[in-house]
Design a protein around this ligand. Structure first.
Ligand code: F6P
Length: 544
């Protein structure tokens, strides 16, 4: 954090110390208009952050914090295509992928839009061909698509395809990511080679998991159909076009993207091909349009009503001012059941950093642990801890006004639960209330005294709610882009590089070193006692 930001943070902490005794419920008692003044809209999405302890003064201080961190300059540098990913010397321009209109987007003095449009045109042509059967497999029209990728080359398309399931009218889609052979084996057992299209999705085309799964799929396919049909049944999504060729994938079936698209920001690029195949190019365009609308909102809206900035500042308040360690994302939307997993990569791979842009260790917290599951399922699992545990866990609730399907009053029940949870977390229940309730039910005084402490809800637990009309492709594009820009704003305030991911490298290197040891082709000499012991035991168990 740069000095002026640190000063602002100290002011915020002082304000928090002075006001910590005021509960969120009391803030509502003090201000009848709090819901209106502590909520904002981005298009059709309503973002309510009134159920947090942020008061007028805290919010003003948070705005000053953003200014002190030079957020506006950093946002301008992002949109201008400057190489803000300084450790990799790259621009960050996933926004260009969802840009409509004719305006150029310059990176290194070159307009990248013609290249983007050309790849998208080819994707549309290909997707339409597959969907109408004019591009087919050796056994006829493709019935199944198998996307092989991991991280951003899997989570984005897998999450989005699931989220847009109500609009799915193309071939069945399957996603294989784990190097655990169980993953590819279970998918191969479900598909017919002659009508299956394999999409190898990898920015680098070197990732161990993806290349292993791709080779396994290829060998299986060759055994079933033959080598000569590989070009007809395999497509590639990558920035490494030389490597896709070496794998035997036809140039016409290769869809490229660029190094200024981070893996976790790549669902808008060729990496989204499986989504386009599933829901069609028009829906995919709507998905891009939703994200583009948020880009414009983020770039042009005043800070006080700028939803991604507000989301980020609420997060900074919880992480740096209140000291909360984790952040739960709780979609009341079964189709968003992979949303938290997607956000884990987006947020934790971006902001899980401890070195600032100047190369120094930070002296403040950065990204929280992000986790979550859909409601109402989570209510019957981990909400106990959110309500009564020793940690305060700020949570985002997401709920649509209308469901995509007609199923009696399911949706009203779902919504009632979402609203009830945020209220329960805020208002809680005192010991006296708990005791009186027990007495009213006829419990003896002695038992009421004994049980009441267990039935206390401390309350005053912060939540934000996103309310949207219906989970359409446009809304989904908006939701993802809101979180993307939130992550950017937080990284900007923390003064870290949100766009590299060196933290994944060491494990990859060691796995490479250990593979021959695990295979028994090299010995474990020189390794630490635990790793050596584990590998010896592994060999012994296998021999047994
Ligand atoms: O291991 C991390 C990572 O590099 C992610 O950032 C990326 O999304 C994923 O691996 C997959 O990489 P690739 O698309 O190059 O196979």
């Amino acid at each position: 954090m740069i000095e002026p930001t640190k000063k602002q943070l100290s002011r915020l902490k002082a304000h928090r110390d002075a006001t910590a005794g005021t509960t969120i419920s009391q803030l509502f008692e003090q201000d009848e208009t709090r819901f209106d003044t502590f909520s904002a809209r981005c298009g059709d999405i309503l973002f309510d952050y009134s159920k947090t302890a942020i008061d007028e003064e805290a919010r003003a201080l948070l705005f000053d914090l953003a200014e002190a961190a030079k957020l506006e300059d950093k946002r301008a540098a992002l949109f201008a295509g400057e190489p803000i990913n300084v450790t990799e010397g790259r621009a960050v321009q996933h926004m260009a992928l969802r840009r409509s209109g004719e305006e150029p987007v310059m990176i290194d003095g070159e307009d990248v839009m013609p290249g983007i449009r050309e790849v998208r045109r080819r994707m549309v042509e290909f997707a339409n061909g597959v969907r109408n059967g004019s591009i087919a497999g050796t056994g006829g029209a493709f019935t199944d698509i198998v996307n092989i990728g991991i991280g951003g080359s899997d989570l984005g398309p897998a999450m989005v395809t699931l989220a847009l399931a109500p609009y799915h009218d193309g071939p069945r889609t399957h996603f294989v990511s784990n190097v655990d052979g169980a993953d590819i084996a279970s998918v191969l057992a479900r598909v017919t080679a002659a009508t299956t299209l394999f999409i190898v999705a990898s920015k680098t085309f070197t990732t161990q998991e993806t290349m292993t799964n791709a080779q396994t799929a290829r060998a299986w396919f060759v055994e079933q159909v033959g080598e000569e049909a590989v070009r007809q049944h395999f497509a590639a999504l990558s920035t490494a076009l030389d490597k896709t060729d070496a794998f035997g994938i036809d140039e016409e079936r290769t869809f490229g993207f660029w190094d200024w698209v981070g893996g976790r920001y790549s669902v808008w690029s060729a990496i989204g091909l499986s989504v386009m195949l599933a829901v069609g190019p028009e829906r995919f365009d709507e998905f891009l349009a939703g994200a583009e609308a948020v880009d414009q909102h983020f770039r042009d809206t005043d800070i006080a009503s700028n939803v991604p900035i507000l989301m980020a500042l609420v997060g900074i308040w919880h992480r740096n001012v209140c000291g909360y360690d984790t952040h739960a994302v709780l979609p009341y939307d079964q189709h968003l059941s992979r949303f938290a997993a997607y956000l884990q990569q987006l947020d934790m791979e971006s902001n899980g950093k401890r070195i600032d842009l100047g190369g120094n260790e930070v002296d403040h917290q950065t990204g929280p642990v992000v986790w979550g599951e859909p409601g109402t399922n989570g209510q019957h699992a981990f909400y106990q801890l959110i309500h009564q545990g020793t940690s305060v866990i700020p949570a985002d609730f997401l709920i649509a006004a209308r469901a995509n399907q007609k199923t009696g009053d399911h949706h009203e029940k779902l919504a009632a639960n979402a609203f009830a949870q945020t209220e329960a977390l805020m208002v809680g229940k005192s010991k006296e209330q708990a005791r009186n309730e027990l007495l009213a039910k006829g419990t003896s005084k002695e038992d009421a005294d004994r049980l009441a402490p267990h039935k206390v809800f401390p309350g005053n637990r912060p939540t934000c709610t996103f309310l949207y009309p219906k989970l359409t492709s446009f809304i989904l594009g908006q939701l993802i882009a809101l979180y993307e820009h939130k992550v950017f704003v937080q990284g900007a305030i923390w003064d870290i590089n949100s766009f590299d991911q060196w933290g994944v490298e060491l494990g990859k290197e060691l796995a490479g070193e250990l593979l021959p040891v695990v295979k028994g082709e090299a010995n474990a000499e020189g390794r630490n006692g635990s790793t050596r012991g584990l590998i010896d035991a592994f060999h012994a168990m296998r021999a047994g």
